[in-house]
Design a binder for this molecule. Structure first.
Ligand code: IPM
Ligand code: MG
Length: 361
């Protein structure tokens, strides 16, 4: 098969980790007889430097014309980078939110899994981590507070800022359907997270999730308040299979979930629309502190490329080959700095990419 992939390397460690993911994709292409064509595009800080804006129409159109988008990370140090002296709508993050919206990527899949080899890096007590966990957070990505009307104004002489949390039943239904569909392919349990004891948007969310649940009688559904969910994630993460939630709750809970896997450098993500089209990026950020040092962990990006093979290209065997190569290098004791422990072999970012590519046969 021939696939056209839009590549947004981005800022910070982005270029390094995406280069390794492309190395692995090229090996997959070679072994399985595919052709992957890449179109490199700018977004985020590098686009601000080149074009004065974090996202151009050209990048959006080129992404739309491709079969999928592979992304690294965007943004810089919010305290020191000149990008953060710009108005909010011209900062790197506005590019990311803008591209999600422009491509209609409403479903963000963030799998969080504890690899047995990395159990030592999990900050939870051994009595909890010993049970292991394997969950997927399905975060709504184009609605809620991050996209609602916002303003900062003076009201009766006092500066006042407003953000609006809006969800329509259609927005809730389509993400709920994605969650149940994924649950059917996993352990058939959906935990819907909301704040229905306080928020109207959450009460509608719960109602619509219950309606969708009727079409999936095999899936167990439960509702959990977001504050309790934050607690349960560290008390017993093994109870979760698919967790579906609105944009901001998902943003926060997915960072919490990533931490208990040991390193955010291990977590891939997929952002999808109604079709098979998706944007694939590691869950972690641009890590400006280690950028350019060939130290970053490319595994999250490599696993994101694997999700692209699986969800956008229907290449299950190829995706399994990448996932298994990652499991095997961990078993064989290879580590980047973030997951290093005594007696293991420390690899640079590019050496890790080489190693994983080598394991795909
Ligand atoms: C994420 C990030 C982004 C988000 C930021 C950079 C806008 O935190 O992908 O989780 O909040 O969606
Ligand atoms: Mg986040």
């Amino acid at each position: 098969m021939t696939k056209n992939i839009a590549v947004i390397k981005g800022d910070g460690i982005g270029p390094e980790i995406v280069t390794e993911a492309m190395k692995v994709l090229d090996k997959v292409a070679q072994v399985y007889g595919h052709t992957f064509n890449y179109t490199q595009l700018l977004m985020g800080g590098c686009s601000i430097d080149a074009n004065g804006v974090p996202l151009t129409d050209e990048t959006i159109e080129a992404c739309k014309a491709s079969d999928a988008v592979l992304m690294g990370s965007i943004g810089g140090d919010t305290n020191t980078s000149p990008w953060y002296k710009l108005p909010a709508n011209l900062r790197p993050e506005a590019g990311l939110l803008g591209i999600r919206k422009a491509l209609g990527l409403f479903a963000n899949l963030r799998p969080c899994l504890l690899y047995p080899e990395l159990a030592g890096a999990c900050p939870l007590k051994e009595s909890i981590s010993a049970k292991g966990f394997d969950m997927l957070i399905m975060r709504e990505l184009t609605g809620g507070l991050y996209f609602g009307e916002k303003k900062t104004e003076e009201v009766d002489g006092v500066m006042t800022a407003t953000d609006t949390l809006v969800y329509s039943e259609n927005e809730i239904r389509r993400i709920a359907i994605k969650a149940f569909e994924v649950a059917m392919k996993r352990n058939k349990k959906v935990t819907s997270v909301d704040k229905a004891n306080v928020l109207d948007s959450s009460r509608l969310w719960r109602k619509v999730v219950n309606e969708v649940a009727k079409d999936y009688p095999e899936v167990t559904v439960e509702h959990m308040l977001v504050d309790n969910s934050a607690m349960q994630l560290v008390k017993d993460p093994s109870q979760f299979d698919v967790m579906v939630t609105e944009n901001m709750f998902g943003d926060i809970l997915s960072d919490e979930a990533s931490m208990i896997t040991g390193s955010i450098g291990m977590l891939p993500s997929a952002s999808m629309n109604e079709t098979k089209f998706g944007l694939y990026e590691p869950s972690g950020g641009s890590a400006p502190d280690i950028a350019g040092q060939n130290k970053a962990n490319p595994i999250a990006t490599i696993l994101s490329a694997s999700m692209m093979l699986r969800y956008s290209f229907d290449m299950q065997a190829e995706a399994d080959a990448v996932d298994n190569a990652v499991k095997q290098i961990l078993k064989d004791g290879y580590r980047t700095g973030d997951i290093m422990s005594e007696g293991k072999t420390l690899l640079s970012c590019s050496e890790m990419g080489d190693k994983i590519a080598e394991y795909i046969k």
